[in-house]
Design a protein around this ligand. Structure first.
Ligand code: ADP
Ligand code: MG
Length: 396
């Protein structure tokens, strides 16, 4: 499925004031911006708009404010400075979003100017897509651009609201994310290997179900593997398990078999006696997990099995770590799989907050074809759901 909505390329922005929702929800501590990825990824659209003669009004949320007004720790002021530094453009900032001060700053925006408004979530009504919020924000621009992929799955005022009042189109990041994450269902180069890990079957069932419709091989790792083991009649000791989901896990295995999708489950596991930084692991076969042990990572035979499957792939989609990668002694399986993807010539698409954190931890981000900037939004797309922010845009 190609992108079916209008983008900034399809609309004349010259001399117009463009209101653009970005996702600048980056880590900020004591006024210092940590990971700059999301800011960097918004720059191509900003650059395009500026070079095509638009005045730009940017807005974003940051963190989880209480919604009752200004909170210094969640101000976007440091982000404005960082954007200025990364883009090389002058970026003004106004410490207001919905009031008179914001209105005056917006009215002063001329072609080529860039203004960032304060955190849209300082007002509770934003989250509910209150029409008053939507109308107010829409009054700031002639055109609305949505480039905030990371919040495109939320029907909130600044995400979907302005589209009801002014022409609304996508930015380049949003377009690329949606295009890439839907391409694995429409036209994957084969073999297409999907890898799903993380903690729970319950939170990934929609992802598994939809991936089975498209992939050739589905690799399962992480905590969810143990619920699949239960479905196969294995004992899993004290491993993470969801008894209420055993039946659904069994149905997934059956569906895969009917569709001719190969499912790979761990053949061995690194187990330990308690969940903790000082826990020591040992490898055991999947059908021999002792009753007082919990699985924390895939074992060495499984690492090899999974790395081999990845090396033969033309497309890899990965979501969810293979083990408790936050603890170094249980990060090995995730690292081996990440390296196998990095070393392969496949198209590699990574989604999900913790999976991206794992890849960054191993320093392999540059080796991946696409790393999604949206955790929740990427999962909803992979589940096959439409994103409200995208739905609200003009059809191409
Ligand atoms: P993502 O954010 O990439 O979608 P998830 O949130 O589903 O991934 O899962 C990530 C979490 O899964 C990590 O915190 C990791 O520690 C946990 N996890 C992985 N394997 C296991 C396991 N065997 N037991 C318990 N937790 C696990
Ligand atoms: Mg997560």
């Amino acid at each position: 499925m190609a992108f079916t909505k209008k983008t900034v390329r399809d609309i004349d922005v010259n001399g117009k004031r463009v209101l653009m929702r970005v996702d600048f929800n980056v880590p900020v501590k004591d006024g210092v911006v940590g990971d700059i990825t999301r800011i960097q990824k918004a720059i191509p659209t900003i650059k395009y708009l500026k070079e095509h003669g638009a005045g730009i009004v940017l807005m974003s949320h940051l963190g989880r404010p209480s919604g009752t007004g200004y909170e210094e720790a969640l101000s976007l002021a440091p982000v404005a400075k960082k954007l200025e530094e990364l883009s090389g453009y002058k970026v003004s900032f106004v410490a207001d979003t919905y009031g008179e001060e914001a209105k005056a700053a917006v009215e002063a925006v001329k072609p080529g100017d860039i203004l960032l408004l304060e955190n849209v979530r300082f007002l509770k009504a934003e989250k509910k897509n209150d029409p008053e919020v939507a109308k107010k924000l829409a009054s700031y621009g002639d055109i609305f651009v949505l480039d905030a992929f990371g919040t495109a799955h939320r029907a909130q005022g600044s995400v979907v609201g302005p589209a009801a009042y002014i022409p609304a189109v996508a930015g380049f990041l949003l377009e690329k994310e949606v295009d890439t994450l839907t391409s694995i269902f429409s036209e994957p180069k084969r073999p297409f290997v999907a890898i799903v890990g993380g903690s729970k079957v319950s939170s990934k069932i929609g992802v598994l179900d939809h991936l089975i419709d498209s992939c050739d091989t589905l690799i399962i790792g992480g905590g969810m593997a143990y619920t699949f083991f239960l479905a196969q009649g294995y004992q899993v000791g004290t491993s993470l398990q969801e008894p209420d989901w055993v039946e659904r896990a069994g149905e997934m295995l059956k569906k895969a078999q009917e569709k001719g999708v190969k499912i790979l489950l761990p053949v061995d596991n690194i187990v330990t006696d308690h969940f903790g930084e000082d826990a020591v692991g040992e490898a055991v076969a999947s059908n021999a997990i002792p009753s007082d042990r919990m699985g924390m990572d895939i074992g060495p035979k499984t690492e090899k099995l999974y790395a081999d499957a990845v090396s033969g792939a033309a497309t890899v989609f990965w979501n969810g770590p293979m083990g408790v990668f936050e603890m170094d002694q249980f990060a090995h399986g995730t690292e081996v799989v990440a390296k196998a993807i990095a070393d392969s010539s496949c198209t590699s698409i990574i989604g999900g907050g913790d999976s991206v954190a794992a890849i960054n931890k191993f320093g392999l981000a540059d080796k991946m074809s696409w790393i999604s900037t949206g955790g929740g939004a990427s999962m909803e797309l992979v589940e096959g759901k439409a994103l409200p922010g995208v739905e609200a845009l003009l059809d191409a």
